[in-house]
Ligand binder design. Structure first.
Ligand code: GDP
Length: 369
């Protein structure tokens, strides 16, 4: 359109007048500053708002609170702790199931199958993870959200990938606190997934009511990276991929593992660990596993072990946290950093024994405060 048509003032009869075409005026705020403002504003939620949101089952607010739990910023940690304290009385009303197994055994496929079954029965399921690989290599063995596509779209399921920053102790603490928030938000089933490497399975075991170990037939224990200790922790071993030509091998493995489990001492829970076979991909044997978990729950609630184990876990995590924090404070103290280096040299040059050096360093540290 000609400028003349748009502005009548530019017609020949209006001599001496000229109206130039306007140009778009840039906004007073750039898009980025608006986004930053909104983000800042979003962060300004009060503890009450988070807590009310969580208790009413608002997933967006639950996720935001979990992000605070995972944050290393002191102001976030402070507000996260307030939220946790307020949610604690509303937590605990769930069954927490630890699921472990080497990469490729079928954990996420199994969680999809069992998770769909559980949520299909009207339950709410939170799937959390402890992935030690995500800190070390910045990559994750357990993968990200692209896994478990079926559950991701399920409104009764909440999937949260592993917190990645910090030591295993730190990551475990965050997951434990996330369990509390999820339970307060009404999730009555919690899965905590981990890989059977490092110490992560011990951490998961110490925050779950039931510990499920997924295994494969045919691969040696060493090949599966499964340590004796993990088998001993298991309340149920499920041999996955019991389908097609693998079915027979799975049955044989079942007998072998069953015999192996008999060598372990009786558990305090009064429960005899079982070995079952399943196929996560064709969803066979999965409901049988669930039935066993329910039987376990009924047995241990009745005999008092369920509550005893939870109490023991709470005090265990208190002591874990004390140790973790003492260690951090000691090693991060600016004064101690230098001293530690000096004493290391004395030890390396055989001028002082390791024990005397440690004793002196601790003594010096206690005088600092
Ligand atoms: P994760 O690493 O333990 O989480 O294992 P995934 O669930 O990602 O499974 C690894 C591979 O094994 C995938 O290709 C799955 O499709 C396959 N898989 C999982 N469960 C079964 C099963 O029951 N039978 C068979 N044949 N394949 C399976």
């Amino acid at each position: 359109m000609a400028n003349q048509d748009k502005h009548i003032e530019n017609s020949p009869e209006f001599k001496g007048l000229k109206v130039n075409e306007g140009i778009a005026h840039p906004g007073a705020y750039s898009d980025n500053s608006v986004r930053r403002f909104l983000q800042k504003k979003r962060k300004l939620l009060s503890v009450d708002e988070y807590v009310d949101g969580i208790l009413s089952g608002n997933i967006t607010l639950l996720s935001k609170a979990v992000t605070l739990v995972e944050s290393a910023k002191p102001e976030h940690m402070e507000i996260a702790q307030e939220i946790i304290v307020r949610c604690l009385p509303h937590s605990g009303n769930s069954i927490r199931i630890g699921i472990t197994g080497v990469p490729g055994v079928g954990k996420s496929t199994f969680i999809e199958a069992l998770g769909s079954y559980i949520t299909g029965r009207g339950n709410k399921l939170a799937v959390l993870a402890i992935d030690p690989s995500s800190e070390r290599s910045k990559g994750s063995i357990l993968g990200d959200k692209t896994r478990m596509e079926e559950l991701s779209g399920n409104k009764n399921a909440y999937i949260r990938p592993s917190p990645s920053a910090g030591s295993l102790g730190g990551v475990a603490r965050k997951t434990r606190e996330t369990i509390i928030l999820c339970e307060a938000a009404g999730f009555d089933h919690v899965f905590i997934e981990t890989v059977g490497v490092g110490q992560s399975e011990t951490a998961v075991h110490s925050m779950s009511d039931f510990f499920l170990l997924l295994m494969l037939a045919g691969a040696g224990d060493e090949l599966q990276g499964i340590k004796r200790g993990i088998m001993e922790m298991a309340d149920l071993i499920a041999i996955n991929k019991a389908d097609g030509s693998n079915r027979e091998k799975a049955q044989m493995a079942r007998v072998q593992y069953r015999n192996a489990l008999h060598l372990f001492p009786q558990k305090d829970s009064g429960w005899d660990p079982e070995v079952l076979t399943c196929s996560a991909i064709s969803k066979t044997g999965v409901t049988e596993i669930w039935d066993k978990i329910e039987t376990y729950r009924n047995l241990t609630v009745e005999n008092g072990y369920f509550a005893r184990r939870r109490s023991a876990q709470s005090t265990f995590w208190m002591h874990e946290t004390i140790q973790e924090q003492l260690k951090q404070k000691f090693y991060n103290h600016p004064e101690m950093k230098g001293q530690i280096k000096d004493f290391e040299q004395l030890v390396l040059n055989n001028k002082m024994s390791s024990f005397v050096a440690a004793g002196k360093l601790l003594e010096n540290y206690s005088k600092l405060k």
